[in-house]
Design a protein around this ligand. Structure first.
Ligand code: COA
Length: 260
């Protein structure tokens, strides 16, 4: 039996494509799906054959239309905190993954779906994608890191507006706000993500992981990001890939990186 009931996993040229597969519920994230996302991202951490990951949603309509409202409706104050913390932990794993993770947003990215996309290192959207944090419609607030990451990505005023009005925005507006990196026609969504991914995985993997660490350090109150950067820079300089990268430049050839 497959480890995954609600995900489809497909390894393509070293890139793990993780598809949330509950199209009849617009790929809403129930607790089981969160558990499976944790297992899938753990595989990205652990499996040396996996160089990066792309999250997307099954079907034509949705990336992820939020946490599963039928489960949320059963929450009490006793279990709601651990519900949020569990989701936050999984999404932090995505954010802190030292291999690149891209969200291919193919439709509605609402609530927990927008939060999942924001936990990825970057977002590419199809032209018809729609973004929003509509939790206040349900008497709720975002619980999987949305209040923090949306503010980091688009700034305080716009984040306040989106979360307080529950308005949905289209892909082009999301791009103008800095929520999305690229907007492409639906048929070009996965090719565009693969193009970006292939570019990234051709670079020195240690350096890529350290870029991710250093950028994340900006948002960690307990970390001195400049110190993290200097330490990481020094670490790169003691790597074989640094020797290979600089030698290849001087010898006018393409580098062959080994990730060490
Ligand atoms: N949780 C559970 N089920 C969901 C869901 C969610 N977040 N979002 C959609 N679904 C289900 C619907 O209940 C429906 O199931 P059914 O066919 O068994 O009745 C199915 O997915 C299709 O959704 P539907 O609402 O019929 O599609 P639509 O095109 O009319 O509307 C949306 C699309 C995205 C606007 C609408 O589904 C919606 O508002 N979803 C909730 C978004 C939300 O509030 N997310 C934050 C949750 S915290």
């Amino acid at each position: 039996m497959s480890l995954y009931e609600n995900l489809l996993l497909n390894l393509e040229n070293g890139v793990l494509i993780i598809t949330i597969n509950r199209a009849d519920k617009l790929n809403a994230l129930n607790i089981e799906t969160i558990r499976e996302i944790k297992a899938a991202i753990q595989q990205v951490y652990d499996d040396s054959a996996v160089k990066g990951a792309i999250f997307t949603g099954a079907g034509e309509k949705a990336f992820v239309a939020g946490a599963d409202i039928s489960e949320i409706s059963e929450l009490s104050d006793v279990n709601a905190r651990s519900f949020a913390e569990r989701g936050q932990e999984v999404f932090s794993m995505i954010e802190r993954c030292t291999k690149p993770v891209i969200a291919a947003v193919n439709g509605f990215a609402l609530g927990g779906g927008c939060e999942l996309a924001m936990a990825c290192h970057m977002r590419v959207a199809s032209e018809g994608a729609r973004f929003g944090q509509p939790e206040v419609n349900l008497g709720l607030i975002p619980g999987y890191g949305g209040t923090q990451r949306l503010t980091q990505l688009i700034g305080k005023g716009k984040a306040m507006e989106l979360m307080m009005t529950a308005d949905m925005i289209g892909a082009n507006e999301a791009k103008a706000l800095g929520l999305v990196n690229h907007v492409v026609p639906a048929v070009e969504l996965m090719p565009k993500c693969m193009e970006i991914m292939n570019k990234i995985v051709s670079k020195a993997p240690l350096a890529i992981g350290l870029v991710i660490d250093c950028v994340n350090a900006v948002y960690d109150k307990d970390e001195n990001g400049y110190q993290t950067e200097a330490n990481s820079f020094a670490r790169c300089c003691s790597s074989q890939d640094f020797i290979e990268g600089t030698n290849a430049f001087l010898e006018k050839r393409k580098p062959v990186f080994k990730g060490a």
